[in-house]
Design a binder for this molecule. Sequence first.
Ligand code: 59X
Length: 495
Amino acid sequence: MAGIRDREKRHFPLQQIQDVVNLFKDQFSDSDEPNLAFLSIVLGSIEHILTVNRAVPYNRDASKCIEPIFPVIQLDTIQALFTKFVTLVKSSVDLTQYPGDFATRELVKRVSDVIWSGLTRAYYKDKAHLQSLYSFLTGNKLDCFGVAFGVVAAFQVLGYKDVHLALSEDHAWVVFGKDLKETAEVTWHGKGNEDKRGQPITVGVSEKNWLYLNGQPVICSREIEVAAIVSAINPSINATTDSVEMGALQQELLWQLYDMGHLDKYPMALGNLGDLEELCPTLERPLPVQIFDKAIESAKTYYNEQHVYPYTYLGAYHCRKGNYREALKAWADAASVIKKYNYTREDEEIYKEFLEIANDLLPNMMKSVAGENASRLHGTSLLHDPEAYANFLRFYDGICQWEEDSPTPVLHITWAKQLVFSLGKFDPKVRNYIDIHGEGEEDEEEEEEDEEEEEEEDRRDLERKVPQKEVTKGRKRKRSHKNSENGDEYETKDC
Ligand SMILES: CC1(C)CN=C(N2CCN(c3ncnc4sc(CCF)cc34)CC2)S1
């Protein structure tokens, strides 16, 4: 791994967004890999000045905060931090003990331990701005994504080309070895879960498991790893204010990566770009809906329709715009993905997503539509629209199917109450216009015969194996159990 060369140095000092955009463009300009640690430190230092330590005078009337001009980033600041990272990594790993071009599981665990031991004992891991190596090197703090990224950046420093980031919609790990066949946990996930660092992610773990996207995570190249740190930029200054400069930089860098094709296999980065374009449209660029549709197409093309977020990005957008039919369709499509999974205790993030849609966004949407007299009188309201009603039912059917066979229940009384509230808003006549059949459904009689035959066959099969034993009918649902893991009591950001 080369250090910082003239190719990087000539862009300094960085004084404006375009300088950073040019620096990133240069990183992809020749056969060398982009320097992950260097880029993460640059983005983290800019983010720190524009969001965390805004040494900018507020005028008396705080509502008109003076947006700082872009901070000047000096080369020696970046160089010192990069050297610190390289020294930490190279001094902690004796590579003579790990011959061969490919990483081994022992070495992956060792490098994960090096990053892990560089973290302060206990800190609020859910905080913003803990995703970059700038945070790691100046504050010894990283969120769970940051730890996984740090491991990959460390392996690049050690000269390995096979260790790459794997990203699901709420977790991160690494792939390595010949043909990237091996996987390993390198960070923690969620709150109060024992970390599984060093363990492989087997089919048994990832099958029908949303946290691992049923074996369809984003497997990053070096370019997609750069897209991940750009997507992880957090422009927020506080709960209500974003840095305009930081948001603009993120948007510019995402378009640059988009133009180079490095977002084609990264639906969440496309979703992030769509949200930024809604806030601040770029002339002659695709509209947010077109970008969200590209994210959906990407998930269909590369990830076998196992990703949920492309649809929830689109649904949230349409809901904000008051396009309620389109929001309902997107949410029904999201539920048609989640229904393929079994809900488990580490899936809180996606549970919260569907909870908000079903128990907050949908009821409020129905309320506001019910209040629209004009469309109701003309029968053009969504409440008379069979397509909308069909999507409404498909949404809830997906959630019910998600709960089926799951070890942890999804639904509770609030879900039922909100369902009744929303369902009751539809005009009763709308039921006459929809045909409720699942795909490839047999007619009732045929289906019952098949079921009886299957049950008879199961009984005969079981009696052959275990004579005279009572066969329990149907499925017993185990109540959820939250094994109270010991381990650090700390806030963690899900990842
Ligand atoms: C539709 C939404 C609720 C809006 N924002 C969403 N996200 C914001 C950005 N997110 C992301 N954006 C880019 N890359 C990644 S990798 C990852 C798992 C931890 F490493 C999360 C994530 C997570 C999802 S989903």
